[in-house]
Design a protein around this ligand. Structure first.
Ligand SMILES: [Mn+2]
Length: 277
């Protein structure tokens, strides 16, 4: 199954954008996120492809769902002009993906929208745990190139470490000052951005199907506004949507539906930015 609206294999060379599933949960504590890509594809079939608020028909965008890539084979991906979206998978997939793009000068910074800091040095004896992913990325690309938005959970050690080392607009700042404040503050000279969306940044009432639900999360409207503002202001060349765990979702699959909607929004924002139609 492909994401709804994907070009057919015969037309894939016409694509402006590419999607890949990365079905891995080996660096999570609870299994299930490996089924995330397939759940997002299935949920996409349940959504209208007309994004009502933008009057934008997603299936008019030329994108191709390339299927799944093994987490150990990301280096075999072809680097081309096409902006990419990766469907997780637990959050640890962001590190090898970013490493691959960074080593080829394809990415300069990361903006992560996440409930969690993910800045532990090690977690349950695993330095590549999903709880450590942003630290590994920061060590690779430089702490000054890391921005986290929507954070509302970390250990004391993580908090002390990140508050002086990376740029953070936490959940409280967002609530008090609003999306526009954060987007204006983001303005800068950075080019070639990787945008990582951990679906657990949403409130657990609308995204229960995650490994670590955190109370007092953001609305889907706020997340969509952030994604739109970031893609309009930065040159986002790759994005991921991670941490959907269908095993922990409600039976009506609301977390999968919201994750699929986020993927549609990223595609629509890429297209609006590039004037692709
Ligand atoms: Mn998270």
């Amino acid at each position: 199954m492909k994401l709804s609206g994907s070009l057919s294999a015969a037309d894939k060379l016409k694509a402006d954008y590419e999607l890949f599933g990365v079905p891995s949960d080996r660096n999570a504590v609870k299994r299930g996120a490996r089924d995330g890509p397939e759940a997002i594809r299935k949920a996409s079939q349940r959504l209208e492809t007309l994004l009502w608020h933008r009057k934008h028909e997603v299936s008019d965008i030329r994108y191709y769902d390339c299927g799944d890539v093994n987490i150990d084979s990301v280096r075999t991906l072809e680097l081309n002009r096409r902006k990419k979206i990766f469907l997780g998978g637990d959050h640890s997939i962001s590190f090898p993906l970013l490493q691959y793009l960074f080593d080829r000068n394809a990415v300069e910074e990361i903006i992560a929208i996440d409930a969690h800091a993910d800045f532990r040095d090690t977690y349950k004896s695993n330095r590549f745990s999903n709880a450590c992913v942003m630290r590994r990325i920061a060590e690779l690309i430089g702490f000054e190139n890391v921005t986290e938005i929507g954070v509302r959970s970390s250990s004391v050690d993580e908090y002390e470490f990140i508050k002086s080392n990376i740029t953070i607009y936490d959940a409280e700042t967002l609530t008090e000052k609003g999306v526009e404040y954060v987007l204006e503050a983001l303005r800068g000279e950075k080019e070639k951005t990787y945008l990582s969306v951990d679906i657990d940044v949403l409130d657990p009432s609308i995204a229960p199907g995650v490994e670590h639900p955190e109370p007092c999360g953001m609305s889907l409207e706020t997340l969509i506004s952030l994604i739109h503002g970031i893609i309009m202001r930065r040159d986002v060349v790759a994005s991921d949507v991670v941490e959907l765990n269908p095993k922990r979702d409600y039976r009506n699959g609301i977390t999968s539906i919201n994750a699929a909607r986020v993927v549609f929004e990223i595609l629509a924002c890429y297209c609006e930015r590039d004037n692709c139609l």
